[in-house]
Design a protein around this ligand. Sequence first.
Ligand code: HEM
Length: 201
Amino acid sequence: MKLSATPRRWLIFLLALLPFLYLLQAVVRVQSGEWDLLGPEPGKAIVHFTGTWAFNFLLMTLAVSPLVHYLRWPWLMAHRRMLGLFSFFYVTLHGLAYFAFLLEWHWGDLGREIIERPYLLLGSLAWLLLLPLAVTSTRGWQRRLKRNWKKLHWLIYPAVLFASAHYLLQIRADWSEPVLYTSVSVALLLSRSWRLKRKTL
Ligand code: HEM
């Protein structure tokens, strides 16, 4: 059975919301007494969960174009913007969770934190690069910026590199996930530049 565009859009929206709904119910359950549901450090668990989902959606957004090209799934293109916006949503939650649970809104500690954990700077740069993409994601901005709108979307490439560096710099014992995420990011960037090169040859 083939779904038409509108139900497909709703289905993708609801699926993308699932990690948030899962987190919400876990927080409610922790608040109502299931203290160990998110482990010994629930704040840290929330930062990790939202960071992982932000990265998942960033990679899904980058994967749209190769999937459309190689698997001939043109219908997917219409959903790229939503996937990108969900990445921004989860990374914003991730940053807020860091400020609320790990920094506990002690802004005075931020300078020392950045010196102790330089990966915070890289994560923040990635967020800053995604910010104009989220702000200009509406049809109105698309019309206003014309060809520059497409150019602006190049920011996603440095953003994913900063996000990979942010993750790699956190490696302590287990390096498998950060290396996996970085490899997928690099493969998606290479596939993009390879297709661009073929277009211009
Ligand atoms: C596009 C931007 C970003 C992405 C994709 C991202 C992704 C991630 C990922 C995947 C993790 C590791 C999760 C795990 O180990 O399970 C992580 C950890 C973390 N991120 Fe981010 N992040 C981004 C931006 C930020 C920003 C803006 C901040 C704060 C200002 C931040 C603060 C942290 C912290 C504190 C950790 C936990 C480190 C620890 O375990 O001590 N991240 N992030």
